[in-house]
Design a protein around this ligand. Structure first.
Ligand code: SAM
Length: 212
């Protein structure tokens, strides 16, 4: 997702108290950012931030970090945080390729990937957020009992993601190709902006949860 450039978006982000501006400086010290030792859950490719905000509001005992590559998109989350401040949510503008420079070994308890960009060309497969190259990075930062939760309506991307799990050394804990009709996996589901859009168009939502 890329939005039209908004004049001053970088400046607004630079001044926001909800954004962690030098995330690599917090490596191994994220508990200090939140002022407590609660588990840290992150969403990579957060978009406009609705999912993170709803989760943070529902789970005050968990600390959340929403990661987004583009400032024009992050700006929307910053603006929402101005209206609904959440002490257990921080935002970071960065490329997920740098994730191991930002989190220490085992520092993250859960990773959410929602409606990740598909990068349909084969030569771009390693840019896909559920690729084995990214799973190797997530392995570094995720606690031993940590989980990755991935949702998408893109069947090709989901097939690819499932094929990556075992070769990358992970196990499928739960999987569905129609989340909204799967009573068990739907329990407690929080919709993302893309999930709302695509499910309202009738697209089934695929989801997996993986662990090691
Ligand atoms: N997760 C949101 C949702 O489900 O509504 C947004 C989905 S949108 C299709 C994917 C988002 O991931 C975009 O905002 C894009 O900028 C971001 N993104 C893609 N690649 C990224 C990367 N390497 N690092 C951080 N963010 C990334």
């Amino acid at each position: 997702m890329r939005l039209r450039n908004v004049t001053g978006s970088r400046e607004i982000i630079a001044e926001s108290r909800f954004v962690v501006h030098e995330p690599a400086a917090q490596k191994g010290k994220w508990s200090e950012v939140f002022g407590n030792n609660r588990p840290i859950h992150i969403e990579i490719g957060m978009g406009k931030g609705r999912f993170m905000m709803d989760l943070a509001a529902a789970n005050p005992d968990i600390n959340y970090i929403g990661i987004e590559k583009y400032s024009t998109v992050l700006l929307r989350a910053v603006q929402k945080m101005e209206v609904q401040e959440l002490s257990n949510l921080r935002l970071v503008r960065m490329d997920a390729e740098e994730i191991c420079e930002v989190f220490d070994k085992g520092e993250v308890a859960r990773i959410y990937l929602n409606f990740s960009d598909p990068w349909p060309k084969d030569r771009h497969a390693k840019r896909r957020l559920p690729s084995r190259q990214f799973l190797a990075r997530y392995h570094e930062i995720l606690a031993a009992d940590g989980r990755i939760e991935f949702k998408t309506d893109n069947v090709d991307l989901f097939d690819f993601a499932l094929e990556e799990v075992v070769p990358a050394g992970w196990k499928i804990e739960a999987v569905t190709r129609d989340l909204h009709r799967d009573e068990k996996m739907l329990a407690g589901n929080i919709m993302t902006e893309y999930e709302e859009k695509f499910s309202s168009m009738g697209n089934p939502i695929c989801k997996y949860i993986i662990c090691r």
